[in-house]
Design a protein around this ligand. Structure first.
Ligand code: TRP
Length: 441
C-alpha cells in the first residue's frame, strides 16, 4: 500500500524554545514513528532569508534547529530530514508555480496584507519595505509541498491559508499540464496546547517571553522562577485553570501528576514551591535531551553530513526525476525530439519508444540490442551471462550515451544523436512512471 506522505518545514530564524518543543517537535517526533507514514521534516532556510538578513544568525539557527530535532529523537534513517536549500529543485519548481500563481491571490496573503496595512497606517507607500520575497513566500512554500506530492501538512493555524494557496497553484498547474500534483491537506493539531510564556501571553519569540529549550540547568531555573504570577500568599487557594505555572506543568506532567498539582493549587501551594516542582518536572524531561544536544552541537560537521545525505537521497529518488517530468510537461524539452513530438502531437499519440531486446545468440551467449521499429540503434557484443548483459543494459538506461562503448556499438548508419534522443525518451518515460508511482495515484 502507498504510504501517506506527511511534510512540514521549520523556518530557521530562531532558537527553539519550550513552546516549539511542546507544540511541534515532541508531537512530530512521536508521529514520525508511526508505521505507514513517510515523514518529511526540513529546515526552511530559504524561507528564513525573508525575515533574517544576518548570515551568521541564519547559520546558527539552522545548526541549533537541526541539532534540536536530532536530540529530540528524530531518526534520519526513518524520516526524510533535510535542508531546503540543499534541494535546488525547490526553487526551480517555485518558478514553474510562479508562472501559474495568480498575483491577486498573493495580494490577499495575511502576512503581505498585514505589511500593507501597517504601511497605510503609517502613511507610507503600500509596499514600502516589502520585499518580493515576502510577497512570494506562499509560492516557495507550495514548491516545498508539491515537490514531494505531500498528502498532509501539519502546521499552525497561521499557515492554513498557505496550504490553501498551494492547493490552488497545484490545481491550476494540473489543469494546464495534466495531473502532476496531489492536492495537499492541512492538518491542525487541535489538542496541542499553546504554551504560555514568561509573561502569560503565548510563548513566542516575537513577545520575547520564551524559555529556550536547551538553556543550561541554572538558566532554566532562573527563567522558571521569573514566570509572572499573581500575588496570592502561601496557603491561599490558587486558580490552576488561569495559571501559566500550572499550564506549563501540565505540558510536561502525566495525568496523575497534573491532578495532584491541581489539588495542591486548591490547597494553597506557595508559588515558590509550585515553581520548584515545575522546574524539576521540565528538567527531568529535558536534561537527557540537552546532553545529546550539547554533544551534537560540539560536532557540527556530523550534522552537516546528516543533512547532506538526506538531501542527496531525496534529490536522486524524487526531486530530480520529478523536475525532469515537470520540465517536459511545460515544454522545457530536448530539442532533438522536436520532430517526433510534433508528429506525435498532430497524430494525438505518443511516439512509440525504442525498446531494448535481450536474446541468446547461436553461439549460446547473451546479447541485447536497442531497436526502433525494425531499425537497430544499438548492438551489444557477447556476454557470458544474462546478468552481465542486463547490467550493461541498465547502465545505458540510467546513464544514456555516457555508458556507450565497451562492446556496445551503434547500429549501421545510425548517428549518436538519434541514440541519445531515444535513450532520453526512455529515461523520461521511466521517470514519468516513477513519478506516477510516487504520487500514488
Ligand atoms: N511557513 C512555515 C512556518 O513558518 C514553514 C514552512 C516552510 C512550511 N515551508 C513549509 C511548513 C512547507 C509546512 C510546509 O511555520
Amino acid at each position: 500500500m502507498q504510504s501517506t506522505r506527511v511534510l512540514t518545514g521549520i523556518t530557521t530564524s530562531g532558537t527553539p524554545h519550550l513552546g516549539n518543543y511542546v507544540g511541534a517537535i515532541r508531537p512530530a517526533v512521536a508521529a514520525s514513528r508511526q508505521p505507514g507514514v513517510e515523514s518529511f521534516y526540513f529546515l526552511a532556510d530559504y524561507h528564513a532569508l525573508i525575515k533574517v538578513q544576518d548570515p551568521a544568525r541564519v547559520q546558527r539557527s539552522t545548526l541549533e534547529i537541526a541539532a534540536t530535532w536530532l536530540a529530540c529523537g528524530l531518526d534520519p534513517d526513518r524520516v526524510r530530514f533535510y535542508r531546503q536549500s540543499d534541494i535546488p529543485e525547490t526553487t526551480e519548481l517555485m518558478w514553474l508555480l510562479t508562472c501559474v500563481a495568480g498575483k491577486g491571490i498573493l495580494n490577499r496573503a495575511h502576512a503581505y496584507k498585514a505589511a500593507v496595512d501597517r504601511n497605510r497606517e503609517a502613511g507610507e507607500d503600500d509596499d514600502a519595505a516589502v520585499t518580493a520575497g515576502l510577497f512570494m513566500y506562499p509560492v516557495l512554500m507550495a514548491a516545498d509541498i508539491l515537490l514531494f506530492n505531500a498528502h498532509k501538512v501539519p502546521v499552525g493555524r497561521d499557515q492554513i491559508q498557505h496550504i490553501e494557496m498551494a492547493r490552488d497553484f497545484a490545481q491550476r498547474f494540473n489543469h494546464l499540464y495534466g495531473e502532476h500534483f496531489v492536492l495537499p491537506e492541512v492538518v491542525i493539531e487541535e489538542q496541542v496546547a499553546t504554551l504560555p510564556g514568561l509573561d502569560g501571553r503565548k510563548m513566542s519569540k516575537s513577545y520575547d517571553n520564551t524559555i529556550p529549550l536547551f538553556a543550561p540547568r541554572e538558566e532554566l531555573k532562573k527563567l522558571v522562577y521569573s514566570i509572572v504570577t499573581d500575588s496570592r500568599a502561601p496557603g491561599e487557594p490558587k486558580d490552576a485553570a488561569n495559571s501559566n505555572v500550572f499550564q506549563l506543568y501540565r505540558a510536561f506532567a502525566s495525568e496523575p501528576e497534573t491532578e495532584a498539582m491541581r489539588q495542591a493549587f486548591a490547597d494553597g501551594i506557595a508559588w515558590g514551591e509550585a515553581k520548584a516542582a515545575l522546574f524539576e518536572r521540565i528538567d527531568t524531561e529535558v536534561a537527557p535531551l540537552r546532553e545529546k544536544y550539547e554533544a551534537l552541537m560540539a560536532q557540527p560537521a556530523g550534522i552537516e553530513q546528516v543533512l547532506r545525505d538526506g538531501a542527496a537521497r531525496l534529490r536522486e529518488e524524487r526531486a530530480i526525476p520529478t523536475l525532469r517530468v515537470l520540465r517536459e510537461a511545460v515544454g522545457l524539452r530536448d530539442l532533438s525530439l522536436a520532430g517526433r513530438d510534433a508528429a506525435a502531437g498532430s497524430a494525438g499519440t505518443k511516439p512509440a519508444l525504442a525498446t531494448f531486446k535481450q536474446y541468446r545468440g547461436d553461439d549460446g551467449r547473451f546479447y541485447f540490442k536497442l531497436v526502433d521499429g525494425d531499425r537497430v540503434l544499438l548492438q551489444s557484443g557477447a556476454f557470458e551471462s544474462p546478468r552481465d548483459a542486463g547490467g550493461r543494459l541498465a547502465a545505458l538506461r540510467r546513464d544514456g550515451v555516457d555508458a556507450l562503448g565497451d562492446g556496445v556499438v551503434l547500429g549501421d548508419g545510425v548517428d549518436i544523436d538519434t541514440v541519445r534522443a531515444a535513450l532520453a525518451a526512455i529515461a523520461r518515460d521511466d521517470a514519468e512512471k516513477a513519478a506516477r508511482r510516487n504520487a500514488g495515484d
